[in-house]
Design a protein around this ligand. Structure first.
Ligand SMILES: [Zn+2]
Length: 163
């Protein structure tokens, strides 16, 4: 079976920065995703198409096909406008509502005595990525997975999300 839209794929990966340092790795817990659902960066998803179990690939993913170019846009939010239980940390993603009511993710880039600075840029925006990938398993998605648009099961999405 080859990876195609509607495949549930598990793979191990090491993600390298342009200087060769390791940004992230699966460490024996493969990442599982539904191919074609846009859950992994587009440049990697495109290069996994048609691959088989056991295939090892090196995928160079320019920023524009990864986490996007850096916009440099951001703003500050006073600490007293944050939920009281939130303990802000640099790099922490925050769910927020945009001006048109759409959901968006903001990332904390600075914290001071009275406010945090946030940006819509992913921490890896503007970074050219290199993935070393080994495909572990491929199976057809179930109807439930296709209708939900994500992988289920112990190797995928925890199905306590209620939709
Ligand atoms: Zn689901």
């Amino acid at each position: 079976m080859l990876i195609a839209p509607g495949s549930v794929v598990s793979f191990d990966y090491v993600l390298y920065a342009p200087d060769g340092s390791i940004i992230d790795r699966s460490e024996g817990e493969p990442l599982t995703y539904l191919h074609g659902a846009g859950h992994i960066v587009p440049g990697l998803e495109r290069q996994l198409l048609g691959k088989a179990v056991g295939d090892r690939i090196e995928a160079n993913v320019p920023a524009a096909e990864g986490y996007g170019e850096s916009s440099g846009r951001g703003f500050r939010v006073p600490l007293d406008q944050l939920p009281p239980e939130l303990q802000p940390q640099i790099g922490m993603p925050l769910g927020a509502r945009g001006p048109d009511g759409q959901t968006m993710t903001l990332f904390i880039v600075d914290i001071d005595e009275t406010s945090i600075a946030v940006t819509t840029d992913h921490p890896l925006a503007g970074v050219d990525l290199r993935f070393a990938v080994e495909i572990r398993s491929i199976r057809a998605a179930t109807e439930g997975e296709l209708s939900h648009g994500h992988a289920h099961g112990h190797d995928g999405h925890d199905h306590s999300h209620g939709h």
